[in-house]
Design a binder for this molecule. Sequence first.
Ligand code: GCO
Ligand code: MG
Length: 403
Amino acid sequence: MRIAGADVIVTSPGRNFVTLEITTDDGLVGYGDATLNGRELAAASYLRDHVVPLLIGRDAHKIEDTWQYLYRGAYWRRGPVTMAAIAAVDVALWDIKAKAAGMPLYQLLGGASRTGIRAYGHASGRDLPELLDSVRARQAEGFRSIRVQSGVPGLETIYGISARGKDYEPAGRHPLPNEETWDTRAYLRHLPTVFEAVRNEFGPELPLLHDCHHRLTPIQAAKLGKALEPYDLFWLEDCTPAENQEALRLVREHTTTPLAIGEVFNTAFDYQTLIREQLIDYVRSAVTHTGGVTAMRKLFDYAGLYQVKTGIHGPTDISPVGMAAGLHLDLAIHNFGIQEFMPHSAETYEVFRRSYTFEDGYLHPGETPGIGVELDKKAAEKFEYEPAYLPVNRLRDGTLHDW
Ligand code: GCO
Ligand code: MG
C-alpha cells in the first residue's frame, strides 16, 4: 500500500486547525493533527514544503521507518514545529493502518486495558461564587474530576478564566497578542483560600486539579504545593517552566502534592531526568506536539517503568483528530492516569466528524476502524484561516513573564 497523495488543510471552525490528509493507492484516507496554537502556518509550511514531497510513493504500512526518516533524516531534530509535523504524518499512518485492519486503533496498540477513559473538565471563575457555579456546571455535564482556576483580586484577566458562561479560548484574533498582568505574590496568597472554599463546598471525594501555567520559581512552587496539601489535589500542573528539569527536584523535596508537567515538551528527552528520578507523577504531552502515537507509546512505556502515569493534554487547540489519537492510547496503555477534555465548539465538530463519546465522566474512542475522526472538506472550506495569538504576560512593572 503506497502513499498516493498528501494534503495540508488549514481551517478555522471557531479556532485554527492544521490537518494532514494522506491517501493511499488503494483509496484509504488517514488524518493527522499538526495544530500549533498561534504558530499554525509554520507547521503547515513544514508539512507542505518539506514533508509531503517525501511521502509520495512510500509504503504506508512502514510507520516506524517513516517516523525515523522524518526525525533523523531532517538532521535538525526536535522542536515544536518539527514534532507537530512528524506527529501529523504518524497519526495519519496509524489511522490508515487501523482502517486497513478494519479495527479501531486501540486494538492495534494492544487492546483495551479499561472500559472508559476518566476525563477532567475545566471550572473557572473570576470570583468564588462564579467558580463554585462553574464546578456545579461541569458536574452537571458529567465530569467527575475538575480543574479549578480562579481569578486573583486585583488582576484583570489571567490564564484559564473565561468570561461568565463562556468557554475559555486564550488565542485571540487580534493583530497583536493580548497583554495580561501578573502578580505571583497575590496569586500565592489567594489560591489556598480558593481550594479551601471549594473543598468545603464539595467535600473530600471530588478530584481537583490546578494549572500554574509555568509561572513560578522552584521555591514558589514548593511553597504552593505545601500550602495546597490539606486540599488533596489530584495534581499541580506546570508549576515551573521546566526547561530546567532540575528545578523539580527542589519542588519535590518540599511537597507531596502530585506534580504534572509537559504540555510544551516535544520528546521523551525533555522528561529524562523528571522520569528517571521520579520527580513528577504525570506526563502531560499531547500526541500532536510529541511526534505522534509512535513517540507517545515509547514515552508512556518509559514513564511506566517508574510508576509515572499519563495525563494527555486535551485543550481545544488539539483538534478532534489529535484528541482521538490520544484516546486510543489512553484506552490501551497500562499506566493511564487521566485525560483532559475541553469539548470543541459545534463549528469544530461540523468539520471534524468524530466517533468518540463522553458519558458519565468517561471518554471512549468508539469502535470505528481507524482513529474514528473524518474531516469534512466542504465544511472546512467555509472557515478561512484567521491569524490568532496566545496572550503575553507582564508583571506590574512591565517585565515580560511566562504566560
Ligand atoms: C491546559 C493548557 C492549555 C494551554 C493551551 C495553549 O492545561 O489545557 O495549559 O490551556 O494554555 O493549550 O495553547
Ligand atoms: Mg496546562
